[in-house]
Design a protein around this ligand. Structure first.
Ligand SMILES: Nc1nc2c(c(=O)[nH]1)N[C@H]1C(S)=C(S)[C@@H](COP(=O)(O)OP(=O)(O)OC[C@H]3O[C@@H](n4cnc5c(=O)[nH]c(N)nc54)[C@H](O)[C@@H]3O)O[C@H]1N2
Ligand SMILES: Nc1nc2c(c(=O)[nH]1)N[C@H]1C(S)=C(S)[C@@H](COP(=O)(O)OP(=O)(O)OC[C@H]3O[C@@H](n4cnc5c(=O)[nH]c(N)nc54)[C@H](O)[C@@H]3O)O[C@H]1N2
Ligand code: SF4
Ligand code: SF4
Ligand SMILES: [Mo]
Length: 893
C-alpha cells in the first residue's frame, strides 16, 4: 500500500493522486486559487505550495503527484507567511467591497482567512462589460488566475479567453477583442462557474445575491440529461450550477440548462384551468374543468366508440406521468390511441435497432466517448443539439480520437474531423452501403464477430458488392476516395463509436438509414464493447421515457407488445384492456382530417406548430369536438384549436424521474412550489380518472408510488428504487436491487438471440424532389439557443442572443438569386409559404438551404411536406423542395 505522512499523520493513496487531491479528500484546507478539479493544473498562482521531504523543497500541491513515503508539511508559520504574501499581492488593487458582498467566493474566503482587506478605492479603472445577457465581466476583480481561460479551452473547447499582454497591463480578453457578447462564446457559463472572485459572474447572482438552498435535479431540456444544482431564495429560483460529481455532465452545463429557466416566471404562464366558450377563454375551477372533460369523453365514447379519442403523452413530462397517461388511455378510455413525440424524431431508431439488435436504445454510455478511438457522427449537430456530449467529443478529439462527420452541412464538429462527408441531404443509404462495400472488399471486417454473432452475412456480402463507392458517389456527391478513407478509418481504428441524430431518421427511409448504420457496426464488430456501439442522441429530457413507458399505440410499459402481453397488463392493472390496434400520431391527424377522430388530449406537445404540412393538421384539428391541451403556456395548438386548457407544473415544481439517452433513470425534485392553481401532470391524470369513476386504478399519493408500479410492470427497471438513485441515477437493464445497472448492451448476446441480423437496404429516392419551380432543398433542424417549439426558450433571455429562425443559404446561391444578408424573403413549397431573414452561410451545400423551426412568427412547418418514413411514419422534415423569392418582387408581380 502506498502511504504518505501529512503534518505527521499517515495517509494511504492510489498512484496518480496529486497532493492537493489527497488534502481535499481529507478535508485539509489550503488555498489553491488557480485550481479547479475539472481542469489540468497550471500552478500559476502558487498559493498551494507545501513543503515536501524537508525544508528546501516547496512544491505546488495541485500539480505534484504523491510518491510513496513522501513527508508533507501543509502548514507552518513560514508557509502561512508565504501564502499570505502571495494572496496579498493578488489583492493589490482588489476591491474590498467585493469581498464584503460575497464572502463565500473562494478568493474572498482566503482573504478573510488571512486577514487581508483589499483596497477601499481602486486606482486603475478597469473595464466592466455587461453586454452579455447572462454573464457580467468586471476586470477590476480579475486576479489573473487563468481559470476562465483553462475551463473554456478544456471543458467547453471554445477557446474564447486569453491573456493579453504581459506584466502590469496583463488582463483577460475575449476573442472579440471588444464586447463579450460579440465573442465566440456559447454562453455555457463555465468561466463564471470557475471564477474564484466574481470577475466573471452570472448576472442573476449580482441581481439576487446568495442562495438559501440548493437542490439537485435534472435539466428540463435535452436528452443528454445533465444534472443541475438549483439555487433558491424565498422559494424562487435564482440560479443553476452544474453538479460536479454527475457522471453525465461532469460539472458542466450548456446555456439552456444553466440559464434558460426564467420561463417558470413568464408573465403569460397559465395559472388557472380554462374552458373556451363562444370563442372566449374563461378561467374555471379544477372541478369544473375536469367534470367538463370527463362528460365530453363519456359522451364522445358513447356516440363514436373509444377509438374516436386519442391521447398524446409528453416527452417533457416524467416517466411516472407518461406511464399514467398510457394507462389512462387504455384502462379508462379503452383505446390504444396513445402516442408521444418520439414518433416524429427517433422512432425510426427504436424500430431499426430493435429489429436488428433487440433493444431500441443506445448501446453504450457517454463514458465510452473517452474510450473510443474513432467517433462517427451522422446527422447529429451534436455541439448545438446535445452540447455536453458535443463538448465531451471535442475534448476526446483534442486528446487524439479520430472523428468522422456525415452531414450535408459543415457543422461545428466538422472542423475537428479527419473526414467530413458532406453528402447531399437524403442520401445516407448509398453512403453507408458504400462504406460497407469498402470494408468488405478490403477485408477490413471482423470475421470472428461476424461468425459468432451475426446472421445473414452471405446474403449481405452479395448485396453490398453492388454498392461500390463509384456508384454511391454519383448519388451522395461525396468523392469516392473520401468514402474509402472514412470507411477504412472506422473499420481499422477501433473501438469505433457511432452517434446519430435526425439527419438519419427524419427521411422517408429513416428507419432504413439507421439499419444501414447498424450494418457498419456489426460487420466491424463494434457492438457490445466499450468505446463502440450505435448511439442515438435522443431529443427531449424524457422522450425515450415517454416512449418506453408505453405512450405508443403498439406497446405497453417496457416496450411490451400490445398484441402479445395484454393479459399480463390486464392482471397487473386488474381491468380489461382494448386489443384493437391504436393509431400513430400521423394516423390520428389523417383520421381527424377525415372526420373520424373526435377528441384529443394533448399533454406537453405543440402538435399543430411542430407537425409538418400544417394546413393538414389545421384541417384535422378543426374537425375535433374536443381538444384538451395540458401545458404551461398557450401553445399554437392551444391558441387555435383547444376547448380546454389544463395548466401544469414545470419540472422544477414536481418529483419524478427522467430517462436520458444512455438509458439512465435520474430523479428530478420539487425545487419550488407550483403556482397555487397549477397541478403536475400526474395529479391531473389521477384527478380526471377519479372523475371518470376509475379512482381505484389511479389511487396514488406520490411519484414514487407510481414508479414502484412501473418496476412491477417492467423487469428492466425492477432494481431501480428511488433510494438507489438519490444521486447519479442508474442505467437499465437493472433487474434487481443488487444489480449495478448496464453501461454497455449486447456484450455477450442480443435480446433477439445469439446473433444480430444484417439488413440489405436498397436506396429509394424520396418523392419530394426539386424542380424548376422549387429548385432548392430546404433542410430543417436546430441551433443552440432555442428548443423545439420555442415555448420555453423564447420566454428567456436566450431570445436576446438568438432572435429568430433564419434562412441559411450558401453565399453563391444568395448572390445568384440576388438576396442580401438580413433581407427578408418569401420561401414557398407545394404545401405553403413562410417568411425568413437571409443568413449567408457557406457551411450549407449549394442548392440546399437550412432553417430552424422554433419561432412561431415564422412557422416553418407551414411549408414542410407530407412524406413519411416507410416503417414508422416519422415526417420527412429534412427534405422540402422550395422556391425563394424577394418579397417586393413578389408583391409587384
Ligand atoms: N438547442 C437545441 N437542442 C435540442 C433541440 C432543440 O430544438 N434545440 N431539440 C431536441 C430534440 S427534440 C431532438 S430530436 C434533438 C435533435 O438533434 P439533432 O439530431 O442534432 O437535430 P437536427 O439539427 O434536426 O439534425 C441534425 C443534423 O442532420 C443533418 N442532416 C440533414 N439531412 C441529413 C441527411 O440526409 N444525412 C445526414 N447524415 N445528415 C443530415 C442536418 O444538417 C443537421 O446538422 O435535439 C434535441 N436538442
Ligand atoms: N420543421 C421541423 N419540425 C420539427 C422538427 C424538425 O426537425 N423540423 N423536429 C420534430 C421533433 S424531433 C420534435 S421532438 C418536435 C418537438 O415538438 P414539441 O414536442 O412541441 O416541442 P417542445 O418545445 O419540446 O415542447 C412541447 C411542450 O411541452 C411543454 N412542457 C414542458 N414541460 C412540461 C411538463 O412538465 N408538462 C407538460 N404537460 N408540458 C410541458 C412546453 O411548454 C412545450 O409547449 O418537433 C418536431 N418538428
Ligand atoms: S461562457 Fe463558456 S464558452 Fe463562453 S467564455 Fe465562458 S467558458 Fe467560454
Ligand atoms: S446539454 Fe441538454 S441536458 Fe445538458 S444542460 Fe444542455 S440542454 Fe440541459
Ligand atoms: Mo425530437
Amino acid at each position: 500500500m502506498l502511504s504518505v505522512k501529512i503534518d505527521n499523520r499517515l495517509f494511504s493513496f492510489e498512484a496518480g493522486t496529486t497532493i492537493l487531491e489527497l488534502l481535499q479528500n481529507n478535508a485539509i484546507k489550503i488555498p489553491a486559487v488557480c485550481h479547479d478539479s475539472r481542469l489540468s493544473s497550471s500552478s500559476v498562482c502558487r498559493s498551494c505550495l507545501v513543503k515536501v521531504n524537508g525544508d528546501s523543497h516547496w512544491q505546488p500541491s495541485c500539480s505534484t503527484l504523491l510518491m510513496d513515503r513522501m513527508v508533507i508539511e501543509t502548514t507552518s508559520p513560514e508557509i502561512e507567511d508565504y501564502r499570505k504574501g502571495i494572496l496579498a499581492m493578488m489583492a493589490k488593487e482588489y476591491p474590498q467591497s467585493a469581498v464584503k458582498k460575497n464572502p463565500d467566493k473562494e478568493f474572498h474566503y482566503w482573504l478573510n482567512h488571512y486577514g487581508i482587506k483589499g483596497e477601499v478605492s481602486i486606482k486603475t479603472k478597469r473595464h466592466k462589460d455587461i453586454s452579455h445577457p447572462y454573464i457580467q465581466v468586471d476586470l477590476a476583480q480579475c486576479i489573473k488566475c487563468e481559470r476562465c481561460i483553462k475551463i473554456c479551452d478544456e471543458l467547453q473547447g471554445q477557446f474564447v479567453w486569453h491573456m493579453s499582454k504581459r506584466g502590469d497591463q496583463e488582463q483577460i480578453v475575449s476573442d472579440s477583442k471588444g464586447l463579450f457578447n460579440k465573442s465566440s462564446c456559447v454562453s455555457c457559463g463555465a468561466c463564471a462557474d470557475t471564477c474564484p472572485t466574481g470577475a466573471i459572474e452570472d448576472k442573476n447572482v449580482i441581481q439576487f445575491g446568495i442562495a438559501e438552498k440548493t437542490t439537485r435535479s435534472v435539466c428540463a431540456y435535452c436528452g443528454v440529461g445533465c444534472e443541475i444544482n438549483v439555487e433558491t431564495k424565498n422559494e424562487k429560483i435564482i440560479g443553476i450550477h452544474p453538479v460536479m460529481e454527475s457522471p453525465v455532465s461532469k460539472g458542466h452545463l450548456c446555456v439552456k440548462g444553466r440559464y434558460a429557466w426564467n420561463y417558470n416566471y413568464a408573465e403569460d404562464r397559465i395559472k388557472h384551468p380554462m374552458i373556451r366558450r363562444n370563442g372566449k377563454w374563461e378561467e374555471v375551477s379544477w372541478n369544473e374543468a375536469l367534470a367538463f372533460c370527463s362528460e365530453k369523453f363519456k359522451e364522445i365514447s358513447a356516440l363514436y366508440g373509444p377509438d374516436s379519442i386519442a391521447i398524446i403523452g409528453s416527452a417533457r413530462a416524467t416517466n411516472e406521468e407518461n406511464y399514467l397517461i398510457q394507462k389512462f388511455a387504455r384502462a379508462v378510455i379503452g383505446t390504444n390511441n396513445v402516442e408521444n413525440c418520439a414518433r416524429v424524431c427517433h422512432q425510426p431508431t427504436a424500430k431499426a435497432m430493435s429489429m436488428m439488435l433487440g433493444t431500441g436504445a443506445a448501446t453504450n454510455s457517454y463514458d465510452d466517448i473517452e474510450k473510443a478511438k474513432t467517433i462517427l457522427i451522422s446527422g447529429s449537430n451534436t455541439t448545438k443539439s446535445h452540447p455536453i456530449v458535443g463538448a465531451r467529443i471535442k475534448q476526446a478529439v483534442l486528446n487524439g480520437a479520430n472523428l468522422i462527420v456525415i452531414d450535408p452541412r459543415k457543422i461545428e464538429l466538422a472542423k475537428y474531423t479527419k473526414y467530413h462527408l458532406q453528402l447531399k441531404a437524403g442520401t445516407n443509404i448509398p453512403l453507408f452501403n458504400a462504406m460497407a462495400n469498402v470494408i468488405i472488399a478490403e477485408g477490413l471486417f471482423d470475421e470472428k464477430f461476424i461468425g459468432n454473432r451475426v446472421e445473414g452475412w452471405e446474403v449481405f456480402k452479395k448485396f453490398i458488392s453492388f454498392w461500390t463507392p463509384e456508384r454511391a458517389s454519383k448519388i451522395c456527391k461525396v468523392p469516392e476516395q473520401l468514402i474509402r478513407e472514412a470507411a477504412h478509418l472506422y473499420a481499422t481504428e477501433s473501438p469505433s463509436m457511432c452517434f446519430h441524430g435526425l439527419g438519419l431518421t427524419e427521411h422517408t427511409q429513416g428507419t432504413e438509414s439507421v439499419m444501414a448504420l447498424v450494418n457498419l457496426a456489426l460487420i466491424t464488430g463494434n457492438i457490445g464493447k466499450s468505446g463502440s456501439g450505435v448511439n442515438p442522441l435522443r431529443g427531449q429530457n424524457n422522450v425515450q421515457g415517454a416512449a418506453v413507458m408505453g405512450c405508443e399505440p403498439g406497446s405497453y410499459t417496457g416496450l411490451a407488445s400490445v398484441k402479445k402481453e395484454r393479459e399480463r397488463f390486464e392482471r397487473l392493472w386488474s381491468t380489461n384492456l382494448p386489443d384493437k390496434k391504436g393509431l400513430t400520431l400521423p394516423e390520428m391527424i389523417d383520421t381527424a382530417a377525415l372526420g373520424n377522430l373526435k377528441a384529443m388530449w394533448i399533454v406537453g406537445f405543440d402538435v399543430y406548430f411542430t407537425m409538418p404540412d400544417s394546413s393538414h393538421t389545421e384541417k384535422a384539428f378543426s374537425n375535433l369536438d374536443l381538444l384538451i391541451v395540458q401545458d404551461m403556456f398557450l401553445t399554437e395548438t392551444a391558441k387555435r384549436f383547444a376547448n380546454v386548457f389544463l395548466p401544469v407544473a414545470s419540472s422544477f415544481e414536481k418529483e419524478g424521474t427522467f430517462m436520458n439517452s444512455e438509458r439512465r433513470i435520474q430523479r428530478i425534485r420539487k425545487v419550488i412550489p407550483a403556482p397555487e392553481e397549477v397541478k403536475s401532470d400526474w395529479e391531473i391524470v389521477c384527478a380526471l380518472a377519479e372523475k371518470m369513476g376509475k379512482k381505484e386504478l389511479f389511487n396514488y399519493t406520490s411519484a414514487e408510488e407510481i414508479w414502484n408500479e412501473i418496476r412491477q410492470a417492467w423487469k428492466a427497471v425492477h432494481g431501480i428504487t428511488y433510494q438507489r438513485i438519490q444521486n447519479n441515477g442508474l442505467q437499465w437493464p437493472c433487474p434487481d436491487e443488487n444489480h449495478p445497472g448496464t453501461e454497455i448492451l449486447h456484450e455477450k448476446s442480443f435480446p433477439i438471440g445469439d446473433k444480430a441480423n444484417l439488413a440489405p437496404i436498397d436506396f429509394v429516392p424520396t418523392l419530394e424532389q426539386t424542380s424548376e419551380l422549387y429548385p432548392f432543398t430546404l433542410v430543417t433542424g436546430r441551433e443552440l439557443y432555442h428548443f423545439n417549439s420555442g415555448t420555453m426558450t423564447y420566454r428567456t433571455a436566450n431570445k436576446e442572443i438568438h432572435s429568430s429562425d433564419f434562412l441559411h443559404i450558401h453565399p453563391d446561391d444568395a448572390n445568384f438569386i440576388k438576396m442580401k444578408e438580413g433581407e427578408k424573403v418569401k420561401i414557398s413549397s407545394k404545401y405553403g409559404t413562410a417568411f425568413l431573414k437571409v443568413k449567408m452561410d457557406d457551411s450549407v451545400r449549394k442548392g440546399e438551404c437550412f432553417t430552424t423551426f422554433s419561432n412561431t412568427e415564422v412557422f416553418i412547418n407551414k411549408i414542410t411536406g407530407p412524406f413519411r418514413d416507410n416503417y414508422v411514419q416519422t415526417p420527412e422534415y429534412k427534405i422540402t423542395a422550395v422556391r425563394i423569392e424577394k418579397i417586393k418582387q413578389h408583391l409587384n408581380s
